[in-house]
Design a binder for this molecule. Structure first.
Ligand SMILES: [Zn+2]
Length: 124
């Protein structure tokens, strides 16, 4: 399993593994570069705990670059209200990972478990 959100920088190999896992667009060198860039940004969003669950299917994701800006991600619709026109913006990717943690590792979606995850940088 790739390491995602564990450090400020994600390894290229892990970013590729993440992109392949979610079948993200790697069709051309340009799109591949763009996708891997998004994956890296999404990983950092998770690392800095900028994903905050509102309920089971929606999240607030704080902007990394602009203080005080946050985006609404409606996971069940796959939409985010950020300016990125890509259907897989970094906020959605970050939420996707947040969501999948409990599927992959059998965690509940509780904030406490998430805190534990982040505190250790890996699963307890
Ligand atoms: Zn977004």
């Amino acid at each position: 399993m790739f390491k995602f959100g564990c450090s400020t920088v994600i390894e290229l190999e892990d970013a590729m593994a993440f992109a392949n896992h979610y079948r993200l667009d790697l069709a051309t060198p340009a799109r591949r570069r763009e996708t891997l860039h998004r994956v890296a940004r999404a990983s950092a969003i998770v690392h800095f705990k900028h994903v905050e669950p509102v309920d089971d299917f929606s999240f607030l994701v704080r902007s990394q670059s602009q203080l005080g800006i946050q985006y609404d991600v409606y996971f069940y619709k796959g939409v985010c209200n950020c300016p990125d026109s890509c259907p897989w913006c970094k906020h959605i990717l970050a939420c996707l990972w947040w969501w999948d943690q409990k599927e992959i590792f059998g965690l509940t979606a509780s904030q406490r478990m998430l805190e534990k995850y982040h505190a250790n940088g890996r699963l307890a």
